[in-house]
Write a protein that binds this ligand. Sequence first.
Ligand SMILES: Nc1nc2c(ncn2[C@@H]2O[C@H](COP(=O)(O)OP(=O)(O)OP(=O)(O)O)[C@@H](O)[C@H]2O)c(=O)[nH]1
Ligand SMILES: [Mg+2]
Length: 244
Amino acid sequence: MKKIVIAGRNDAGKSTILGEIYKGLKNKGYQPLAVGSGVQDEKPYLHKDIDVNYLTIAVPEPGWDVVEDIERVIRNACNQLQEKNMLIKHARKALEELNKVRSVLELGHLSQSDIPKISKAPNVVLVEAVGINDGYKSVECRKLADVLVTVIPAGIKGEIIMEAGNVLLDEADILVVTKIDETPRDVTSTTIKLLQRIYRYKPIIPVVATQGVHLNLVIDEILKFMIDPLILVDKAENYEAKKH
Ligand SMILES: Nc1nc2c(ncn2[C@@H]2O[C@H](COP(=O)(O)OP(=O)(O)OP(=O)(O)O)[C@@H](O)[C@H]2O)c(=O)[nH]1
Ligand SMILES: [Mg+2]
């Protein structure tokens, strides 16, 4: 399963972006699993219509390997979902049996509608990295991520961007600049120009995360990473085969 990691400083807008990416990928037919980085993430995610079945929280203890811990949390969440599905299947079967008996006794059918539906297994993971005070230096996020989305508030100080060793900026696959609605235009433009100068080949996408503005562009970039080039080869072969 591919992992998309959303990283950035405290209060940058990570949770908000994560909620929007969840929605966007769901609209494209994916079922994401959201992994928050602490209990404080649970509530905002639920506000963003993330189904509780697909929401889990990782709280790595100090000194623990963050990557291993998150892998463990993802496995747990998938197992729990499977177990729940099993119980639902059992419940349906049991009710069917009960209804057979009731029908013999002329008691009428009990409805299956109270039993929840089977949840489909997630096929992509969204991880919010812990808000990191020291900026953009966490190596773990890159290790964990198949797609690394780094969130930068438009009003950030230029010195922070230019600091040496900003792994999360240097290694990002996609740079998302947030809060452009509440940042003066000239400040936003200075931030973006600076990023463009340092990261000439990275997608840099300014957004208003709280209103979903330009999040479609972020989703488009993420989708490019989701395609396995070998599948495109197969598709091309099928296309050729159909022509003949
Ligand atoms: N105006 C505006 N506010 C935003 C935007 N993105 C996020 N916010 C607000 O900024 C605050 C922080 O957003 P979060 O998404 O919780 O940020 P975070 O990076 O997850 O924060 P921590 O997990 O606490 O480090 C919230 O009050 C959001 O509503 C934006 O694009 N524009
Ligand atoms: Mg958050």
